[in-house]
Design a protein around this ligand. Sequence first.
Ligand code: ADP
Ligand code: MG
Length: 640
Amino acid sequence: MSTESNPKNYSFQAEVAQLLHLVTHSLYSNPEIFLRELVSNASDACDKLRFEGINHPDFYENDPDLHVRVILDKDAKTITISDNGIGLSQQEAIDNLGTIAKSGTKDFMSKLTGDQKSDAQLIGQFGVGFYSGFIVADKIVVESRRAGLEASEGVRWISGGTGDFEVQDIDKASRGTDIILHLRDDAVEYLESYKVKQIINKYSDHISLPIEMQKEVWQEEEAAEGEEPKGGQMVKTGEWEAINSASALWTRSKNDVTEEQYVEFYKNLTHDYEAPLAWSHNRVEGNTEYTQLLYIPSKASQDIFTRDAKAGIKLYVKRVFIMDDADNLIPNYLRFVQGVVDSADLPLNVSRELLQESRDVKLIREGNARRVLTLLDGLAKSEDEQDQEKFKKFYAEFGSVIKEGLGEDTANRDRILKILRFATSTNDEISTSLADYKARMKEGQKSIYYVTADSLTAAKNSPQLELFKKKGIEVLLMADRVDEWAMNFVHEFDGMPMQSIAKGAVDLGDLQDAEEKKALEQAQEQFKPIVEKLGDALKAKTKEVRVTTRLVDSPACLVTSEGELSPQLVRMLKQAGQAVPDVKPTLEINPEHPLVKKLEQTGQFDDLANVIFDQAVIAEGGLPEDPAEYVKRINSLLMK
Ligand code: ADP
Ligand code: MG
């Protein structure tokens, strides 16, 4: 007895309706991707069954060999994608096939321009999952039964791809989902088996379960007595054969995978439409055994700097999919890396909590970090022009992310330092490595000098840089938000101390001659009374006032002591809402500057002293503590 119920009607979520309109009304540039999308869904459904099957072996019923089947019916003009995966309950069909939940599609929707031609191109790039079926079909029927439900608890979902869909109960003996596409007249080419095979080979060859079609044989027409047969046709045999190689790509040997296959696999994995910049594929044996296939994307995801940023590693255990976004498998500063890790040693029922504690996971994470850094170092060092171009792209997108590793990953600090590139006081392009800098250092120079600021322009014009410019000493310019924090963890590179030129007193060592040193001593002597008076006037704002030789054009600058938070970092932390201890900077004055000289005879010592201090704050990219007072003092000085 049939349990088929009367169909109930539902409306699509507004976004779905909008998307469907677009799919069906656009000049579609790449219709064949509907097969990729539907096969990928079928494969996901089988992955889900494998996963749930760990705790519910009964879900397999008597049908344990998971597969996807593609069935062509020329008479009915349908193509059916059938799987024996997890299936859909009625509620799941209503929810999952009537709304858009996934972020990729939402992202896609937000990029739509309304211009049909360019939007059509966009769909081709993004892929829009299940709804792409409507590119080639004017009606889609989904028949499904979820694993664990009775045969009488099947569901049929029908839609013409406009505003609504229908759902009804049906009997369905076999577990899983059939997606039946009623092809439009202009899409009948997808009834040709050679065509379908070709597309599946192109997009879905790596899918780790068999994609099967009915075997066909050539049957010649009966010929009349004594005559040659005139023709014949392909007939289905009823036997199924796999048309993909069905080996998970990462389980193959590197030599058996083409560059194109690596790229296609990446696109399938990430839904990214741009090819990756580079990848590393290895089987690791040792304390723990696993396969890693790690990709460097060519673009950062929009949320890379937010807390929502997800790690891009999928975890498999012995080829069984376990979880997406396995963030324990890659350090946070490499969160842009996408790929697959397939462990031979982890248990299948591993949970996120377990992952955190596992020794195997720790080893895998370290192995992944090393691989990625080696890969990047290789690109950075390569003489090949294309590699250099790739490295540049990588650095522009992810340079500031990877710097977080200086604080996060002590063990790899030297590896990370080698990959970093900087602008310098003599070269605007962000292309100088620490090794390059070291090779260009002046004779007698004993430190690698750097300055951090809010922007490259600010760094380049910072007062602290003046003496270095005058003496022709190159200084690294750093303007990423993370620099100031990250450089706290870096004390040397390749045996050479790293020295912030805004921290501590300048000590140029042998780069300063005896005459300059003597001049400083003299100035210190001469300005002693002024320095003391300044110290008193600015007691609330500064820790110390002293005479410096580091300035050329500016009257004064702020410096912090070694190991102390800089004003810039204090600002950043405060903005981030963190409690920061009050640190008073040291004020250094330039004895050669007319304003400083003027301090000796001015009648408005207090005003001038405070203005000099506040201007030093401004030159740093900060604001005077009391801007109104600053303006008042300036005006009062201007009037005189
Ligand atoms: P995505 O695959 O990115 O989630 P899709 O639009 O391709 O988005 O699919 C939407 C949802 O429909 C899937 O997440 C899944 O829940 C459900 N679905 C689609 N095809 C199948 C299938 N063959 N078996 C089970 N569920 C499916
Ligand atoms: Mg999908």
